[in-house]
Design a protein around this ligand. Structure first.
Ligand SMILES: NC(=O)c1ccc[n+]([C@@H]2O[C@H](COP(=O)([O-])OP(=O)(O)OC[C@H]3O[C@@H](n4cnc5c(N)ncnc54)[C@H](OP(=O)(O)O)[C@@H]3O)[C@@H](O)[C@H]2O)c1
Length: 295
């Protein structure tokens, strides 16, 4: 049986990966930060010696985009040096590393979807530290997949869907940014993509490198919010009456965000026959589950 180690198991994506594995009867060894702190090489070594994994999924990261502007050291440690520690262990134990990264490595100025070969230019500390993490992984472990994803949402953890549901419950008017565009991506779809990649890598070890994956279609945050509220209103009463489009300039944040976050997913489709999911498909079920959790 393939031995798969998951790092960052308590996070939004980590929990979606565990849910997916459980639903598909796939065995994984899931580590929270308490069980394995990737910033501590000794902690990694112990786990590797115990389990001798063939694949490692790194879903651990420092993801507080705005806070990272003032907590640079913490972002650097967990996004860059922790990723390097994991990559070195993967190299030492001949393990394939699947490292999750982000659309925020780009500046968002292109007027087409970003390809894996496009120049990176992060706008903030979060993106800079994630980019350094990618580079350190590439240097330390040849057998790597760097999977850049975007606008992640799901049942667990903090995300835009949950924020919209909370605001829609407490405010009559929501003002949402309409000049940043990207592809919302359901964490459970990323989980499916990762397991599909692992399945193929078991047989063909030639496909290492950077890949992009995001659900479709592309929308603005405002359009995403409208879709979320429309689904939510079918299921329950919400106070919100109006959703208004605003510009980034109307809603300043400590960290700048890319205006165009769309990732070009043709490479992963060709190499792994992975087709993009539609984020709208399971949105209603997801919202129902979130609302049930909150009652
Ligand atoms: N969320 C998004 O919209 C988004 C978009 C694009 C890409 N991504 C990428 O997707 C991946 C997963 O993100 P997510 O949304 O699941 O993030 P998340 O909910 O913030 O989860 C990250 C998890 O990593 C853990 N962690 C942090 N440092 C660690 C360390 N040194 N050792 C072990 N665990 C550590 C955190 O533990 P604590 O709770 O103890 O801090 C947390 O449980 C990340 O690589 C992120 O950069 C996310």
């Amino acid at each position: 049986m393939t031995s798969i180690l998951l790092i960052g198991a308590a996070g939004q994506l980590g929990r979606a990966i565990q849910d997916y594995a459980q639903a598909h009867e796939l065995k994984i060894i899931a580590c929270t930060r308490q069980e394995l702190d990737a910033a501590q090489p000794e902690s990694i070594k112990k786990m590797f010696e115990l389990h001798r994994p063939q694949f490692l999924i790194n879903a651990a990261a420092y993801t507080a985009v705005d806070l990272a502007e003032t907590e640079r050291e913490s972002a650097l440690l967990n996004n860059a040096y922790a990723a390097e520690n994991l990559a070195k262990a993967c190299k030492d134990f001949d393990c394939v590393m699947i490292h999750v990264s982000t659309d925020y490595v780009f500046d968002g100025q292109l007027d087409r979807p970003y390809q894996e070969t496009d120049s990176t230019l992060p706008l903030g500390v979060y993106g800079q530290t994630k980019l350094l993490g990618e580079q350190l992984v590439q240097q330390a472990c040849q057998k790597h997949i760097i999977l850049r994803v975007s606008w992640v949402f799901g049942e667990h953890g903090k995300n835009f869907v949950k924020t919209m549901l909370r605001l829609a419950n407490s405010q009559e008017i929501l003002k949402i940014v309409n000049d940043q565009r990207g592809c919302p991506t359901n964490a459970s779809h990323i989980a499916a993509v990762i397991f599909k990649m692992i399945n193929q890598l078991k047989n063909n070890q030639q496909s290492f490198g950077i890949y992009h994956y995001c659900d479709m279609p592309m929308v603005s945050w405002y359009e995403f919010a409208k879709a979320i509220i429309a689904e939510a209103k079918k299921l329950s009463y919400f106070k919100v009456k109006e959703i208004l489009p605003i510009t980034t300039a109307d809603f300043p944040t400590p960290a700048k965000r890319p205006q165009n976050s769309e990732l070009d997913c043709r490479k992963i489709e060709h190499a792994f026959q992975i087709k993009r999911f539609d984020w709208r498909a399971d949105l209603s079920v997801l919202i129902r589950n979130i609302l049930t959790q909150n009652t």
